[in-house]
Design a binder for this molecule. Structure first.
Ligand code: SF4
Length: 294
């Protein structure tokens, strides 16, 4: 792990890219929470979003890893030093395509880190091929024909897989996104934020204009309460979060879909497991007798 060569003036994302809003929200969230940046590690995968740790406006530790493998690196970082705040920035193609196995597996563990998916429906770095979140029948400008595959619903997948905080933000609503990040960064357990991120270069359908007209905040919906306060509420809250995530079209909800702080984190499970392991293993293993090795 190395601290990158900080050059705050350098950035090669395209003008108008939603990645700028995500970066701004992330920097603000870290700053407003007063986190010591020496204890924050940004782990990224491959794609335009993978450059996020390089483009921070202040020095931070980043690891730019392999395609689809950011979550394995991030898990290792967190387990080797649980006091670190670990944040993953990855694209929808990276995390929900080649990396989808890790995306699901980490949900079962509830590792205390935050996964931020830059969701633009295309593989921007490689000229705009359809990603797993592009809806069937859509033809973005670099596709020769409409997409023939069905899309993955990242919110429904994350809730089903066991993520204990699942939210959606919008890259052009930086304040709202920052607040989601502050909640995610402050809690124990695995958090996921799917960020609608316009890619003006390759996705001419999910544009800023398209999203500006459609997004609305879940916390303005009367009676919306995604938080599990008692274990017996879990199934119903999961189901309502998944159902709400299906809403897409003239209205697209952003905000928290599901939050459950009652599930033990992976670090807590390991500590508990180690405690019981000690009960069956002698505290002191004899390696010598009468001053001589056995
Ligand atoms: Fe952003 Fe798309 Fe340009 Fe990549 S290709 S930097 S996602 S606008």
């Amino acid at each position: 792990m190395v601290e990158h060569n900080w050059k705050p003036e350098w950035n090669d994302w395209c003008p108008g890219c939603g990645n700028f809003g995500i970066l701004n929200a992330e920097q603000l969230a870290i700053t407003e929470l007063g986190l010591d940046t020496k204890n924050v590690v940004i782990v990224s995968g491959i794609g335009c979003s993978g450059k996020t740790p390089h483009f921070f406006r202040y020095p931070i530790t980043g690891i730019h890893t392999l395609h689809g493998r950011a979550l394995t690196f991030a898990t290792g970082v967190k387990l080797s030093n649980p006091s670190l705040k670990v944040i993953v920035n990855a694209g929808d193609g990276d995390q929900l395509g080649i990396g989808v196995g890790h995306f699901v597996s980490i949900g079962r563990r509830n590792v205390s880190l935050t996964v931020i998916v830059h969701d633009n429906g295309v593989y921007g770095l490689t000229k705009g091929q359809a990603s797993p979140t592009l809806r069937r029948g859509l033809k973005t400008k670099s596709l020769p024909k409409p997409n023939i595959n069905d899309d993955i619903n990242p919110i429904a997948l994350a809730i089903s897989a066991g993520y204990t905080f699942v939210a959606r933000g919008y890259a052009y609503d930086v304040k709202h996104l920052k607040d989601l990040m502050k909640t995610a960064f402050s809690r124990q357990g695995l958090s996921f934020i799917d960020v609608l991120q316009p890619c003006p270069t390759y996705n001419d359908i999910m544009t800023k204009e398209f999203l500006d007209k459609r997004v609305y905040k879940l916390d303005t919906v009367q009676g919306w309460d995604p938080i599990v306060r008692k274990p017996e509420e879990k199934d119903a809250k999961m189901a309502s979060g998944i159902l709400k995530s299906m809403e897409w079209g003239e209205k697209i909800p952003i905000g928290i879909f599901y939050q459950n702080d009652l599930i033990p984190s992976f670090e807590e499970r390991i500590a508990e497991s180690a405690k019981s392991y000690k009960e069956i293993i002698p505290a002191k293993v004899e390696i010598e007798k009468d001053g001589k090795p056995l």
